[in-house]
Write a protein that binds this ligand. Structure first.
Ligand SMILES: N[C@@H](CCC(=O)N[C@@H](CS)C(=O)NCC(=O)O)C(=O)O
Length: 238
């Protein structure tokens, strides 16, 4: 079982891709907003973050660790997590890097443009958003120059878990209204390859929620995000 947070959580997207495509035998639940803080969820993941899994008695947190666990458990096709040491290390390298780069800067766009204005009722100053865009652009440059280079996919000719994690995070700012593919033909061509590889229908279905996030936010009740307010103020507004 995969436990996930609700709409506007980036991992909803990856969960669907992972669940439907790579790990067809896994089942997932989208948890209600704030469920991470319940006693029940604490028993699965004391870190109180989504995602988490419970496989029998075995509980595991952290998206990357979960993905690798599932890849081993379900014996996914070898290209997702190659047996070759150097290729596997390339996947690990990307998975280690992305947390502090694309993930952090990409999700900031969602926070700044959609979630914070909705939850707290304040607009983020333009200068702060511009700085976040610059950080994200730097990470995207590094993604293209170091991780993609002239290869079709991060590891080489075949798609891997690194591409999957990358696309999920790169689609976050797109959901916030930033066209990250504009003026980035290499990134756009890579995205199209990932989309083709996964299957256009599934890819689009998996990203539907994030791509409609702006519309969804318009009708969302801010009370649903009440539990996030203290953290938002601590992390972003003080
Ligand atoms: N390093 C963690 C990060 C997970 C994470 O930040 N999850 C968010 C949802 S996308 C969350 O649960 N946030 C609730 C909170 O921080 O209180 C992972 O990769 O699993």
């Amino acid at each position: 079982m995969l436990c996930h947070a609700n709409l506007s959580d980036s991992y909803v997207v990856s969960t669907r891709l992972l669940s439907f495509y790579i790990f067809p035998k896994s089942k997932y639940e989208i948890c209600p907003s704030g469920y991470q803080y319940s006693e029940e969820y604490g028993k699965i993941n004391l870190l109180r973050k989504a995602p988490a899994i419970k496989d029998g008695d075995f509980c595991l947190a952290e998206s990357v660790a979960i993905m690798l666990y599932l890849a081993e458990k379900f014996h996914t096709p070898e290209h997702w997590y190659p047996a070759d040491l150097q290729k596997r290390s390339r996947v690990n390298e990307y998975l280690s890097w992305q947390h502090s780069a694309i993930r952090i800067h990409g999700s900031k766009m969602l926070w700044f443009k959609l979630l914070i204005p909705k939850a707290v009722g304040v607009e983020i100053p333009k200068e702060k958003i511009d700085n976040a865009v610059e950080d994200l652009n730097e990470s995207l440059n590094l993604f293209e120059e170091k991780f993609l280079q002239d290869r079709p996919f991060i590891v080489g000719d075949q798609i891997s878990l690194a591409d999957l994690v990358a696309i999920v995070e790169i689609m976050q700012p797109v959901g916030a209204g930033m066209d990250v593919f504009e003026n980035r033909p290499k990134l756009k061509a890579w995205k199209d390859r990932v989309r083709d590889e996964i299957g256009v229908e599934l890819f689009d279905e998996a990203h539907q929620e994030i791509l409609y996030a702006q519309d969804a936010m318009k009708t969302m009740d801010p009370k649903k995000m009440e539990h996030l307010k203290p953290k938002i103020v601590r992390y972003f507004l003080s």
